[in-house]
Design a protein around this ligand. Structure first.
Ligand SMILES: C[S@@+](CC[C@H](N)C(=O)[O-])C[C@H]1O[C@@H](n2cnc3c(N)ncnc32)[C@H](O)[C@@H]1O
Length: 274
């Protein structure tokens, strides 16, 4: 089951009130959306966006759109969804991707190497490991995976793919094993590259700020330091337009980590548009 991360904190900073409109830019299983819907009635709406809509709750105050959140401004214009009093980003992948998607997000499973959030995306992990140059593979392993043995892993991938195409998580895990490092960082790097996660985040933050009403709240939960750095720098660089509500990022309590280990690396930053 999907448990929304930092739910209490999201509600505290997003502070939904009756009849306000919100955008949940990473709708996922709708966990945060449902909590907001309980507070912004009877006329407040939610625009839920996800690259792949998997769950549809019947509620006339909820509009669901399947798209890349990097197109936020266009989506808001298309649906004439304004004014907007709050926008939420709960970045990355959901437990459904790891546990149920069958798309090779988890190195603990035996699955095809896909890693796409949207099946309309032309790039998948299998293409990267079988067709990209050693230089490009090493670069993403270093930049997106912060893998110190990036060069060695890239070399092993090139060696192995000459013998046989790399098609599954198990094959890739064994190759990484030969480079004497853990699979976690390589899997993270491939996922970020396939879904262009950092670029999409950089593109959407200025749009979100523009869309918000004065006094509107922006809440962002990230799960690794690369994302958090982008968010932090964006907030710092726009201090004339916003007031930062979280001097330091907010993390989960020990109790939340126990109930939901996925929350362990979550960092929430929140801001109000001036
Ligand atoms: C951590 S989950 C969100 C979980 C959700 N808050 C909930 O409570 O159920 C992140 C979601 O963002 C989606 N996602 C990631 N990148 C996206 C993008 N660029 N555009 C749209 N959705 C994206 C993923 O498909 C995933 O469902």
């Amino acid at each position: 089951m999907h448990i929304p991360v930092l739910q209490k904190e999201v509600l505290q900073y997003l502070n939904p009130k009756p009849n306000e409109n919100f955008i949940d830019a990473t709708y996922g299983e709708g966990g945060h959306t449902l909590a907001i819907l309980e507070r912004n009635g009877p006329r407040g709406k939610i625009l839920g966006i996800d690259w792949e809509i998997r769950v549809r709750y019947k509620n006339e105050r909820l509009i669901l759109v399947q798209d890349n959140f990097a197109n936020l401004k266009e989506i808001v214009e298309k649906y004439k969804f304004q004014p907007v009093q709050g926008i939420l980003f709960d970045l990355g992948l959901s437990s459904w991707h790891l546990e149920k998607s069958g798309r090779g997000f988890s190195f603990k499973k035996r699955e095809p190497l896909d890693m796409r959030y949207s099946l309309e995306n032309k790039l998948c992990a299998e293409k990267i490991v079988n067709y990209w140059s050693k230089f490009d593979i090493e670069k993403i392993l270093r930049e997106y995976g912060q893998e110190r043995k990036a060069k060695r892993v890239a070399e092993k991938i090139i060696e192995e793919r000459k013998i046989k195409p790399i098609k599954t998580t198990v094959q890739l895990r064994e190759i990484i094993n030969k480079a004497r490092t853990t699979p976690r960082r390589t899997f993270q790097a491939l996922r970020i590259a396939v879904n262009d996660e950092l670029e999409n985040l950089k593109k959407v933050l200025p749009q979100a700020l523009e869309i918000l009403e004065p006094g509107g709240r922006l809440v962002i939960i990230s799960f690794h330091s690369l994302e958090d750095r982008i968010v932090k720098n964006f907030l710092k660089g726009n201090q004339n337009l916003l007031q930062i509500l979280t001097k330091k990022p907010i993390g989960p309590t020990q109790t939340e980590i126990k109930i939901n280990p996925r929350s362990r690396s979550a960092k929430l930053r929140a801001t109000i548009k001036l």
